[in-house]
Design a protein around this ligand. Sequence first.
Ligand SMILES: Cc1cc2nc3c(=O)[nH]c(=O)nc-3n(C[C@H](O)[C@H](O)[C@H](O)COP(=O)(O)OP(=O)(O)OC[C@H]3O[C@@H](n4cnc5c(N)ncnc54)[C@H](O)[C@@H]3O)c2cc1C
Length: 470
Amino acid sequence: MNTRKQEATLERLAARHGKRLFRAMARHESRGLTMDRAQDMAMNLMMKDEDLRYRMLRFVDVYPALRSQASIAEHLEEYLTAGELETGVPPTRLSDLARSIGRHRGITQPAIAMASRLGIKQMGNQFIAGNTPGEVARKVSKMEKRGFLFSLDLLGEFVVSESQADDYQRRYLEMIEDFEDELGPAPKQPAAGPRMNLSIKLSSQTSKFDPMDPEGTSRDVRRRLRPLFRAARKKGAFLNIDMEKREFRDLTLRIILDLLDEEEFRGFPHIGTVHQAYLRDAEEVLQGFLAELSKRNQPMTIRLVKGAYWDSEQIWARQKGWQVPVYTDKRETDACFERCAEILMKNHKVVRTAIASHNVRSIAWALALKKAYDVPDTALEFQMLFGMAGPIKETLRDMGHPVRIYTPCGELIPGMSYLVRRILENTSNESFLRQRFTKGASPMTLLANPKLPPRPEWAKPANMGKGAVK
Ligand SMILES: Cc1cc2nc3c(=O)[nH]c(=O)nc-3n(C[C@H](O)[C@H](O)[C@H](O)COP(=O)(O)OP(=O)(O)OC[C@H]3O[C@@H](n4cnc5c(N)ncnc54)[C@H](O)[C@@H]3O)c2cc1C
């Protein structure tokens, strides 16, 4: 626990870093209209119109199941023209317009189907790097030339058959063995471990990922992981185990430790996992996991995130009548992220930290901790998602920090749940990106300490517009 004086020093440092980041970001924000920016504008449109957002998300959700042009057009029309949604979100002029387009009989079904396919493909292009290895390698090469690192993610999760799990394992293996050759010679980059970095979801490695059967699940998953880890050791690649829904967390951590307890993988340094700060027990679980790593003298990188399943965790728990496992006040998640970041940085001799956030306050706090705890450059990196937060990525890179871009690849249909999560995240009222880029919240507001109660309206300084930070 920090003393008040230490807390105040950290807070001052975080504010200074935050202001500096906002000032530097302005340079990247003011560039002309690019394809990325046009896509951002489409996303902004959805952010501004809650009714349209719900209608489009419902459509994107059922889209993979629609087989014919007629059924695509029927569903789109039904979702757009439905008068009232259960959400009670009032319709706006834009969704009125969309509904009237849906009702317009002159538009033929193939035209509607083609337009929606194109729209979804366009959204996919924003968040997914490509389908073929060549396509992905071209994008990754460009990112590398611009000074970024990468982590590949093969889209798809929750396999339903063992042959599907075999197929994922084979494709992961091919990526570890061949992808670097597709890329060509490595440019000079900050020291942040192996060039090849792959993110894996364990639910893709067995059709029976069952928290009620930890032994059996661990056995099945490790059987498929072993060849991947052997290949990674041989090729010098880094493997990150992503974190999925809450129900899978403890078993995921257990499988990682079970694998590292096997003689041949003991001490393997190029491994990482993820910690989700939106979970109410995040700090306790993090401390417990670090203790296990210390006991084994096992190096690891921990990617700290807030958590991508916030909507579904709540719905799921409420349906079951269970206590909601995630914080329901955004400031509490942000505050927990900061406390977890501090736990990680204090333990920089045990773990490397990857701060995975697009939120300038969370990033500024991490930079303050780096200074306060004298964390070496090699023990901290920043990570962001492909297709998001361009100005923040570029700013951190310009400042000399390692920035890794999480790069999903593969087909759009298996990637649909990833796409829905990104749309939810980007258009959520509470998200940092929406507050900053759509609502124009001031840097002062966005840099506020989430560990303190919010300032009452009357105490807020007047005229704190976008340019208030000097
Ligand atoms: C490189 C990278 C890898 C990632 N890997 C994973 C992964 O393996 N597993 C995973 O789960 N996520 C992962 N994520 C996603 C991550 O969890 C966040 O969803 C995302 O980055 C948004 O957080 P932020 O700090 O950028 O934005 P912010 O806008 O500051 O935070 C948004 C987040 O706050 C939380 N939140 C929103 N509303 C509320 C509320 N009312 N009450 C409480 N909390 C709320 C949610 O977690 C939401 O995603 C990854 C993100 C990145 C950048």
